[in-house]
Structures are given as C-alpha cells and as structure tokens.
Design a protein around this ligand. Sequence first.
Ligand code: NAD
Length: 483
Amino acid sequence: MERDFVPDVRTLTIGNKPVEPAGERWDVVNPATEEVIATVGGASADQVDQAVRAARDAFDGWAALSGEERSAAIHRLADVLESRTEQLLASIVNEVGTPVSLAEFMQVKMGLGHLRWQADAAKKDRTQHLGGYDVPVPTMSDVTHYPVGVVAAITGYNYPLNLAIFKFGAALAAGCTVVLLPSPRTPLTTLFFGDLSREAGLPDGVFNVIIGGADVGQRLSSHPGVDKVSFTGSDAVGAKIMEQAAANLSGVTLELGGKSANIVLPGCDVEDFAVEMHLRWSRNGGQGCAALARLLVHESLYDRFLEAGAAAFDQMKVGDPWDPATNIGPMIRPDHRERVQGFIDGSLADGGEVLLSVDDPLPDKGYFINPVLLGGLPHTARAVQQEIFGPVAVILPFRDTDEAIRLANDTAFGLAANVWAPDLAEGRRVAERLRAGTVWINGGGAMRPDAPFGGSGRSGIGREIGEWGIHEYLEPRHIQWRV
Ligand code: NAD
C-alpha cells in the first residue's frame, strides 16, 4: 500500500491537454495530520471558458459515436483507473481522511463497479415504441433520446471518486461531454483523474477537469455554454446553483444533504442490530449524505436499545485513518469540526444529554471529534432537524408506528431512511409511507449501480445512478409518422 502517495498532478485537463492553472492558489491539507500535502492552482475565468469551449467543441463528435464506441472508451477509462486502485485509495485516505478500512470498498471499488455498469449502459437502445394513435389521422410514434449537451459536474468533498463517477460515467454514457469541478478541499484525486483520462485516450475535450472555489463554480454553473449542471453538495449551495443555472435555463440535477431516519419498530430484537446501526451512521466520521443519524426507537425498546448499542461505542476507534482498526477519521477542516461541536454544545445547553459517547483522548493533530449519541431533545431541535455531517446522532422515542412515520417524514429533507422491522411485510408497509429516495429495510445493502439514488425536498432534484442517472443526461425525442 502506497500510504504516502499524493498525486503529483497539478495541471488542469482542458481539451485533453495538461494546462497550468492561472487562477487562485491554495493549500490542500491532510485533515488527519494537519500537514499541507499539496499546493494547487485553480482555473482562471478564462480557463473556465476554455474548458467549456473544449467540451462544446467535442460534443458533436462524441454524441455521434455509436453506443458501442462510447462504451469501449469508458471501459478503457475504467481499465486505467483500475490499474491505479492503490494510488486512488491512498489519495482519498490522505485528502479526505477516510479510514482505509472503509475507503477500499466504499470509496474505490464501489465507484469503479459503477463506472463499469455505466460503460455497459452506453450500449443500451432506449427507443420506446408507442404504437398507433388515430386522432385526427392514423400515426405511429417512437420515443428516442438525444444527449443534453455539455455537463458541468460539481462535487462535494466526502467521496471524491464516487461522486465524480456517478456524474461523468452517466453523462459520457449518454453522449454528453463534461467539465468536472471537485471540492477545493479535496481536489487531488480529481486532478489525477484528468491525467488518467489522457492515458485512457478519451477523445479531446470529452472530459475536462478544472479546480477552484465558489467563484469558479459560479462561473461554470452560470456559463451559457453549459446545458446541464449536476451538483453534489449542501442544500445551501444547491439553491445557489439552481439560481445560477436559471440564467441560461440550464437543467440541474441536485444531490444534496439529508437527515435520514433510522426507525426501530416494536417487536424487533434490538440486540441483533444496535451495534451495526451505530457503526453505520458514524462511518466516514458521519460525513455521509445518507447517514442514518436520526434514530427513532419505539418506547418499549428504548432502554434495551441503548444498552445493546453501548458496545458499538467501545468498538469505535477515532484516529489515524491508515490504522486498519480505525473506523472514525477526522472532520475535513477545523471550521467543520467547530460546527459539529456547536451542535453538541447547543444541544446540551438546550437540555439535551449525551447518552452514549467515545471518551478516549483524541490525537494531538488532526480535526478529530469523538462520536456522541444525543437524547432528550424535542423533534424540533436544531440537532434533530439539520444535517450535522459529523459523528453525532440523535435518538427519540415514539409511541406507535404512525407517529414514527410522521416524525420520519417531518424534516425538510427526503434522502434516505432505514426501517428495522420484526418482519419484511411490516417493513414494506412502513417503507411505502416514507418520503425518501432510498429506504432500506433491516439494513438493506450496498449502493447498487442499477438503482436510483437521490432525494426530494431539500435533498435535491433528480436522481443519479442506474437508468435514472443516465436519463438525467438525455432528452426524450418524440418521432411521429403517418401510416
Ligand atoms: P458544499 O455545498 O460546501 O460544496 C460543494 C461544491 O460546491 C464544492 O465543490 C464548492 O466549491 C462548490 N461551490 C460552492 N459555492 C458555489 C457556488 N456559488 N456555485 C457553484 N459551486 C459552488 O458541500 P461539501 O461540504 O463539499 O459536501 C457536503 C455536502 O454534500 C453535504 O450536505 C452532503 O449531504 C452532500 N452530499 C450529498 C450527496 C448525495 O448524493 N445526495 C452525496 C455526498 C454529499
């Protein structure tokens, strides 16, 4: 394992060429050590324009290729990325601070599995035959599709490889060209992709990588040469993106935050899953959009659940992400750690209490914070309603299943939920009443490449992954002829 590996690529990728950045410079910090691991330069306003122009120029040629040709090109990219699995893994551990025990599957293997699926999906014929229609004259109709055009793909910091693949894999498969802009806090893995895309021999301009802060994101998402903005990040920035894209009436796909409910119905054997539940919401330090950190537990099981879950907090190890025993890494930056701590302090000041916690001394360096389960808060409390994005969960008891469903749906978000149910039929009944883009029953499973992901309300607009993700980058075209 190349644990010190940090990609040495500092050039943007525009029109398949490495380009020296001409914009603002900043340091990239390893959040586990506080060391500066790279200094990078962002795109200037001109370079944003150049990247969009390169994607525009490449669009007609890429869209005109057959599905088989695009599929082969995306598979070649996947081959190159796969040949660098170890380096991608190290890059993510060092810039995001994700524990290596989690990163290998959740940050690298899963993303590459999705890219393979998207490469195959490029070949699919999506023509729909609507058949005949007789008013006022007999006709037949088909619906075919054409690619949306140039896609601006803007990603959040927490899963740099996966979030990018969900966007560019689907967009390329659909016949779109891409300008990818990662979070300025974790740009290194994405700059590295740019280099690897050249090695994979993607046609010039099909896949462009630029980096920068909010100003670069603003220019890109409001650019008249962009047809679609696909964004993953916070709801606050998502709202700005929508406004910026509105100037050109560009479409948006928004994958935003969540406050996902984790319901424990009466009749469950909490001892079977309480530990798993806690280890899951706290993984990646709670920096997961679908973290199931709002625990709604039937009042008959509340004490038993707390008792059974205590062992999870003994198993939580906060610290060096390279230690295979670590399961909680650092927060991305000190201001984010302070924000998370603010939720804990504010909850305690408002009468909440810490019910379970890790109290081990934290490493001297790194933006670490110990996991906490908070209780005694009303459903309206800030920590219950807002996304914390740290290793903090809240627990509330409920009286009956109707109340659990009402509480679960009573947030501004609608991203994900989990139902622990005594039997599958009861789990399904509850799942069907939840306003969430993904509902797991009894823990569910991994993110499938063929299932949609995304949410409603402040969790976003549209879906990524699977056919739903591909359709975000396609326009339907109705073709009608007389018979
Ligand atoms: P963020 O909103 O702070 O930043 C995301 C990106 O937006 C960054 O690249 C940033 O540079 C860019 N940006 C900032 N201002 C901009 C502007 N005005 N115009 C254009 N771009 C701008 O998000 P983050 O802190 O990096 O990521 C965490 C958030 O992402 C959480 O809310 C999390 O729930 C969400 N997320 C959602 C999903 C999902 O699939 N639903 C997945 C992962 C993360």
